[in-house]
Ligand binder design. Structure first.
Ligand code: PGA
Length: 240
């Protein structure tokens, strides 16, 4: 099934009010695919005022609705600020904040319960890839991270491809996405066929078209190249 592509940017810990002009330029550009930017929490409200019809998202969410969780942001808070979606399970959080698959699953559930769309990230380390265990490892990670109800998108992001300029071969992306599609259908039945499978890790204007042509690649999650309209819009154009 050909799904409408989603090109989502992840600004990570980058961006001040002065950078919102980039978002406005991205929001104004014509697109036949869905486009979203996941921002630092501090910018979500201003971004959603600056571009009211554009999909602004968070980069993480707490699994609890409220309470004594210093420094954390709930799904209701993200939504209250104007977010329509959130990322959960990014490898930078799985590694640096020691988030487990169960944590990611709880975050995804909380976000869906609040009415947010969810991009759930999975991906293998270089050691796992080199050991030939990438598909089995990432499939197991996905099985353990998926909430009961379908997420909007799953992003396959090999950790060794993030911010490095290295990407897997197109055959390796195809094999991984086919395996993840099988897991999604096993989890959700027919609805699993409608979950968009994004590729993430060093996506750029120069490699986007080739990646988007791979079967079962329904879009991209883009880090560094999402920070400016000049770098991001060619990726959107490749998806159109
Ligand atoms: P990158 O990051 O595009 O800068 O490699 C991707 C990501 O972490 O989502």
């Amino acid at each position: 099934m050909a799904l409408k592509k989603l090109v989502a940017g992840n600004w990570k810990m980058n961006g001040l009010a002065a950078d919102l002009g980039q978002l406005v330029e991205i929001a104004r550009a014509p697109a036949e695919c869905d486009v979203a930017l996941c921002l630092p929490a501090t910018l979500i409200e201003r971004a959603s005022r600056a571009a009211p019809n554009f999909a602004v998202g968070g980069q993480d969410v707490h699994a609890s609705a409220s309470g004594a969780h210093t420094g954390c942001v709930s799904a209701a808070m993200l939504q209250d600020a104007g977010a329509r979606l959130t990322i959960v399970g990014h490898s930078e959080r799985r590694e640096a904040q020691h988030e487990s698959d169960a944590d990611v699953r709880a975050k995804a559930s909380a976000a869906l319960d609040a009415g947010l769309e969810v991009i759930l990230c999975v991906g293998e380390s270089l050691a796992v890839r080199e050991a030939g265990a990438a598909v089995a490892t990432v499939s197991a990670q996905l099985d353990a991270s998926l909430p009961d109800r379908p997420v909007t998108a799953v992003a396959y992001e090999p950790i060794w491809a993030i911010g490095t300029g290295r990407i897997p071969t197109m055959d390796d992306i195809a094999a991984m996405h086919a395996a993840l599609r099988e897991r999604l259908v096993a989890a959700y039945g027919e609805a699993g066929g409608a979950v968009r499978l994004l590729y993430g890790g060093s996506v750029k204007g120069s490699n986007a078209a080739e990646i988007f042509a791979v079967p079962d690649v329904d879009g991209a999650l883009v880090g560094g190249a999402s920070l400016t309209a000049a770098d991001f819009l060619p990726i959107v154009a490749a998806a159109n």
